[in-house]
Design a protein around this ligand. Sequence first.
Ligand code: PAF
Length: 284
Amino acid sequence: MQIANTLEVLRSAVDGLRTGGRRLALVPTMGALHEGHLTLVREARRHADAVAVSIFVNPKQFGPGEDLDAYPRTFEEDCRLLEAEGVELLWAPVPVAMYPDGFATNVSVAGVSDGLCGAARPGHFDGVATVVCKLFNQVRPDTALFGEKDWQQLAVIRRMARDLDLMQPHAGAILGVPTVRESDGLALSSRNRYLSPEQRAQAAALPMAMREAIAAVEGGSAVAPTLAALEAHLLQAGFDSVDYAELADAASLEPLDTLGADPARLLVAARIGGTRLIDNMAVG
Ligand code: PAF
């Protein structure tokens, strides 16, 4: 695996990988890799001749008081895991390669960025869109893969790529990959490492409460009281607060108060101790 830390090295590595019209897939990450990321890498391999992974803990997507400094950094272990997957290229930019002095540009995607995590974490999706836009321009992938666990992030990136003509428009240009879960249903996340054993056990209430709420709504229960019961379930199970629990249109993320014909999604963000967990599931 080639490791590039500067744009010069990256460009020549990318040129080499793309010779002869070979297709390149990109899996953007912030490191602290787990089975969810490795699933993205394996899926990437099915859609391209070569796979590039980026690792960059993007300061622009963390707000004041968030976990930028504490965010787990496990670079050597990450490299070992990626080598074992046969990844051809790791793009691990030094911060100045991503944000040189005087960097002044912001990519902001209106609408899909506004509610849910966008409301709870002001500026977060501008930071995501800005760095992903740069990653697409730097690596020039044919396909990029993202986990469906960050459903709103995926919607923001799809809209940005469409609006700014960032990728060649084809069906698999931006692929969402289903969430990988622990045996008790908890979605894999780098932030699960923050949980104490007791909090980890309590966290299993999140997917459980979501599944109950989905069954209720699909069975005809009214949405608002079902979401209120979901929140109560989480607080009872040991969560400290619930940022949001919403039923939304799966594509536009507009909140729904009834289940219609279009695909819908239940999206939840809740805090346990200092850790904020998010999850989402299809409804209907
Ligand atoms: O999902 C993530 O890990 C990050 O938000 C991403 C897409 C790599 C951008 O920093």
